[in-house]
Design a protein. Sequence first.
Length: 469
Amino acid sequence: MSNKKLLFFISIGVILIASIIIFLFIKGGSTSTPTDTTSSLKIWIVGDTTDGYAPIIAWFKKKYPEYANSDITFEKSSTWRDYHKLVTTTLASTDGPDILVVPAGWDAFLMGKIEPLPEWVIDMNTFLQKYTSFFVDELLTETESNGKTVSAVSGIPMGYETLGLYYNKSLIPTPPTTWDELDRIITENQSNFPAFWLGLGPRYIPEASDIIAFLSDGARTFTGLSSKGGMNRYMQYADAGWSSTSSFIDDPYGTNVTTASTIRDYVSYMDEANAERTVYDLFMEGKLGAIFGYPSTVRNLELAQKRAGTDATRDIILSATMPQLSNESKKQGYLASYWYFAVSSKTQNPVMAGKFMNYLTTEEAESLFLESFPSYIAAQVSFQSAQANTKLSTILPYVLLGNFIAPWEKTYSFDYGIRSEFDSLLHEYMSLSSGQYTGTEIIRKIVTSIQCEIDHLAGKRLEESCSSL
């Protein structure tokens, strides 16, 4: 081969190699491997105790010894309303968390603020195998990548709760399985006591929003409430009276309330005579036949039992599955409340956050979580069969978690838009001072206001004041 030909081929080879290097450099720059800037991890939670997560932190560090000396902290907000304010003001900055809990229905509110999980954290097949079909429907998301639609997981759930019933078997021997049976029990006991505590706002019935959503048969978002009539149906129970007040109004605080003949009438007593008295106190004192609640509601009942200073109701408080609106199986549903862990788009530690999220998918982490917080129904399929006979309380031994475990295919969540705002507006419009509104009018006002708030968060309708709507 002549020198000229040899030089020609060498030149071609150099050009090809240089081109490949440049291509790889450009390609690598666009999909660079994430790196951490600190050795700490901040995680935001709501309600649950931070101490309950200590075992999870300890075992995570054993699995990943490179983080043995890292500072992993859980920071707690007491209420979802406080948490909403915190997320609104802080999440967009690097002062926010690396990982945060996201309640069901906050997806629109947090659009762009949380990151879908990469496959090295959890791949689609693993998620489909590990978690109940309820979460598969709720947490799978689709994103665009290089012109293609890619499925990903929004976050990692640890557990959930479904709305159910607590009842006093000395007053209601057999709990209702349908709403028609519930109405019949109310009618049959009108001469004695209020069988079910219904019809009032969140100040007096903490699960009011959830009961209204449930009664709005078929609605899955706050915008769908207007056409369902659930609000009007719910409010009518506040005026369902009983003819005898003696057993119900027996007043240990000496305020001599004797005029209440409906649930609505009793509100003034709770407001004025003794502001600290709650529906849980009334129930544990044997003045109500049944209340609605979640598995975690049992903690409030335990505190009310202690305040009552007696264990007279210890063996007569039981739990039951939520009464259904229809006898037809295909029309039945069970309202669930849940949250999931997600990674903030502003995290400075994406690798450590991802590894922590990956650890949360393990059976070990799920087991540790359920040991610390036994009122949750497990998110992972493999744990649920063992939970059916779990006692939720040593004080109330006949309250069982199994009564709240519903078929996955019939379990659903409800999107309140902004839950804390929904509850606040519901309380405002259902209060005595605003009693001039019908259920339909209340829902219309709530929907309009929340939609305005969501639009503001998305940078729309900024010229409007949502408070004036």
